[in-house]
Design a protein. Structure first.
Length: 386
């Protein structure tokens, strides 16, 4: 926490990762380096964050300690992948869906949410249950899947079947033919918690298929097919799983990570804000209480950023304390008024720093993010340091 000595300024650095370029700790370090170039006497406190997507386990391991256990798993196409679970002394296991379902595990040509599966995540959950975890917290975000967690259920003892009792192929499209479930969940009494980065429902205009399907490789026809398939899947889950809540398709968070949130709810679990869970773990509130300025950020500051992601959580908390909050991002497309209403004082883009899209700013932002963040850190120090 903050030193007791009187300092010129106390700056809290709590960014998310910049997806595809830098993990959150490296983002914070680059900004801090730039600030210190200009104002070395200020006090900088780094609290890297995650909202449930890639980096979730890393951030929590740094804050909570515990034991990291490697778990062999598979990627969204069934190929071998490296996963892990974090086991803490209180009987909680933390894991992240992106290690098995992540979009970053596929090339652009391989993205097809009609076929990708969450089976690998089920292997991670099963490993946590077998390790004796009483609570299993699953970070959701950055997924390449849209199967409503159907693949995840298989290693847990539940197989989706068609009207003839045959196991369905993996992938979201096959769920159009789902008629029943074979088997019972094997959770050994463990409670599941979905740490979600969004609050979207499973179905409809704001659902998993419509909002996130296109970035996973779905065209318009695919989106309609997948939404219809998930509608049928939600009906079967509601009919066949005793712990499944009614109205599953409309519940907040159900659409997270291609419907993995809905699968957790159907298994009697609950959804929590990923950023809320992480901020409690790293004791962010105490750091915010003492800060003069908060700097957060992520790869793309857009309309989705204000729906439960790191930037929204940090900016809202800073606003409630009357502390200015600056967002640094690879790209900024959120309107000033919308950002201000969420608690964002200013937002700066690496793309614009490097000259804008017309002058190669996108490529520079992707290949030289640390350089750009250091420069923006120096710029902020000149502007804000007392």
């Amino acid at each position: 926490m903050w030193p007791a000595t009187l300092l010129r300024m106390r700056v809290l650095l709590c960014p998310d990762k910049f997806a595809g370029t830098l993990p959150a700790p490296d983002v914070a370090a680059a900004v801090a380096d730039g600030w210190r170039d200009v104002a070395p006497g200020d006090d900088l406190l780094a609290r890297p964050l995650a909202d449930g997507g890639p980096g979730f386990v890393d951030v929590l391991a740094g804050a909570l300690g515990g034991r990291r256990v490697p778990v062999p798993t598979v990627d969204p196409l069934g190929r071998p992948a490296a996963g892990e679970i974090l086991l803490t002394d209180d009987g909680t296991a933390y894991l992240e869906s992106a290690q098995a379902c992540g979009l970053h595990l596929l090339t652009a040509a391989e993205r097809d949410p009609k076929a990708t599966t969450s089976y690998g995540l089920g292997l991670l959950v099963a490993a946590a249950v077998e390790a004796g975890a009483r609570t299993v917290v699953v970070g959701l975000g950055g997924s390449a899947t849209n199967d409503g967690g159907a693949g995840m259920l298989v290693p847990l003892g539940v197989t989706p079947v068609d009207g003839a009792g045959r196991a369905l192929p993996y992938g979201g499209a096959a769920l159009a033919e789902v008629a029943a479930l074979d088997g019972e969940p094997r959770l050994r009494g463990a409670t599941l918690v979905a740490a979600t980065d969004v609050d979207n429902p499973l179905l409809g205009l704001h659902g998993a298929s419509s909002v996130f399907g296109p970035q996973k490789g779905a065209d318009r026809a695919d989106v309609l097919l997948l939404d219809a398939a998930l509608t049928r899947w939600a009906e079967v889950l509601t009919e066949r799983l005793p712990g499944c809540p009614s109205g599953l398709g409309a519940l907040p968070g159900g659409g997270a990570a291609g419907g993995l949130g809905a699968a957790v709810l159907a298994l009697g679990g609950r959804c929590e804000s990923g950023i809320g869970l992480v901020t409690r773990a790293v004791r962010l509130d105490a750091a915010l209480d003492a800060a003069d300025l908060v700097i957060t950020g992520e790869g793309s500051f857009d309309h989705q950023s204000l729906r439960g992601k790191v930037v929204a959580g940090v900016a809202g908390a800073a606003r409630d304390r009357g502390v200015p909050c600056v967002v640094l991002a690879g790209q900024v497309s959120t309107g000033r008024r919308e950002a201000a209403a969420a608690g964002v004082t200013e937002a700066y883009s690496l793309v614009e720093h490097f000259g804008g899209e017309e002058h190669g700013g996108v490529d520079a932002a992707m290949t030289r993010p640390a350089e750009g963040l250091r420069a923006l850190g120096a710029r902020l120090a000149r502007q804000w340091s007392r």
